[in-house]
Design a protein around this ligand. Structure first.
Ligand code: SAM
Ligand code: SF4
Length: 329
């Protein structure tokens, strides 16, 4: 098991399949993009499947989420999903994507064994989408969402980051769309993980504000802590259900005490936290010919010293060197 000295056990693995992306969301990347990881540094498809297999068979991981960068840009994605779905015990498999290209691949992903998807959508307005992501692809995301639902990649969750003066007036509208279409809305507080280091706490739209805006249009009934478990999202039933909304308040209501995450970057570094400033180079160990057991031991050691909290409230907090897109959000 991947236990740490604060009594937590990581059972949820986030695997970044690439640091590249076809959007340039302002809260994530600069307009010109980033210096992408060189291909030889990326784990190959075989190496990714081996790492997931070690996590599942030796380390007690039960959930695997593929992310990025944009994971749909990874050419071998369907094959990776298929091979991970064949592992025993079979992990639950999900994907976080910006939805571009999902209309084409949703069916193949479902057939390969993907259980569900989170699709990021920050606005109902194509013009706002263009400003926020610096690309004119709003329609592709809506098509991707519909295809995911049709393929049975359910529950389809919609991830939204609200930014003041850009899309913060859209909370209720986005939730309305999700209720109408049968998607589950998740609002995520903006975190200091952008490559440009432009995040300001004072600018951030807080969970409290989001809930206030939603409450003006909907009746929200909170879930009990037992229903939440280790999930990062606090959830509410909307207008008596069955629709729900979640808020991931990483900044103002951190959930580090129950965190069950371990992360693998596209270049094979294990991270114990989104905000960690240290990583463990498992790619070097893997490529040096280590056995599964040796790799598992290194992974356990990497997770053992996980800090109690993200440190966001510490005046000495320093943003990690890697931006969100290279960590795997
Ligand atoms: N490209 C895919 C996507 O956008 O869904 C997967 C990777 S993206 C880094 C994963 C999630 O992180 C997205 O929902 C995105 O909105 C969110 N995200 C990116 N930068 C963020 C930030 N600075 N604060 C909060 N969430 C962020
Ligand atoms: Fe790309 Fe996702 Fe970052 Fe947007 S949030 S730039 S879609 S990686």
């Amino acid at each position: 098991m991947l236990t740490d000295t604060h009594g937590r056990t990581a059972t949820d693995l986030r695997v970044s399949l690439t640091d590249r992306c076809n959007l340039r969301c302002t809260y994530c990347m600069p307009a010109e993009g980033l210096r992408w990881l060189p291909k030889p540094e990326l784990l190959t498809d075989d190496e990714i499947v081996r790492m997931v297999s070690i996590a599942v068979t030796e380390l007690g991981v039960t959930e695997v989420r593929f992310t990025g960068g944009e994971p749909l840009l990874r050419p071998g994605l369907v094959g990776i999903v298929e091979r991970c779905a064949a592992l025993g015990p079979r992990p639950r498999l999900s994907l976080t994507t910006n939805g571009i290209g999902l209309a084409r691949t949703a069916k193949a992903l479902r057939t390969a064994g993907l259980d569900r998807v989170n699709v990021s959508l920050d606005t109902l307005d194509p013009e706002v989408f263009r400003t926020l992501t610096r690309r004119d692809r709003h329609h592709d995301v809506l098509a991707g969402l519909a295809a995911a639902r049709a393929a049975g990649l359910t529950p389809v969750k919609v991830n939204t980051v609200l930014m003041r003066g850009v899309n913060d007036g859209e909370a209720a509208g986005l939730l309305g769309l999700c209720l109408q279409e049968g998607y589950e809305q998740r609002f995520i507080e903006q975190m200091p993980l952008d490559a440009q280091h432009g995040w300001q706490r004072t600018d951030m739209v807080t969970a409290a504000e989001i809930l206030e805006r939603l409450a003006a249009r909907f009746t929200l009934t909170p879930e009990t802590p037992a229903e939440r478990g280790s999930a990062p999202a606090e959830r509410w039933l909307v207008d008596g259900g069955p629709g729900r909304v979640g808020v991931i308040a990483s900044v103002t209501r951190p959930f580090c005490r129950t965190c069950d995450r371990t992360r693998l970057t596209a270049d094979g570094q294990v991270r114990d936290c989104l905000f960690a400033r240290e990583e463990s180079d498992l790619r070097a160990v893997l490529r040096a010919g280590a056995t599964d057991r040796e790799i598992a031991d290194r992974w356990r050691t990497a997770m053992r010293g996980k800090k109690a909290g993200s440190g966001l409230d510490d005046p000495a907090f320093l943003q990690p060197q890697r931006p969100m897109s290279a960590i795997g959000g």
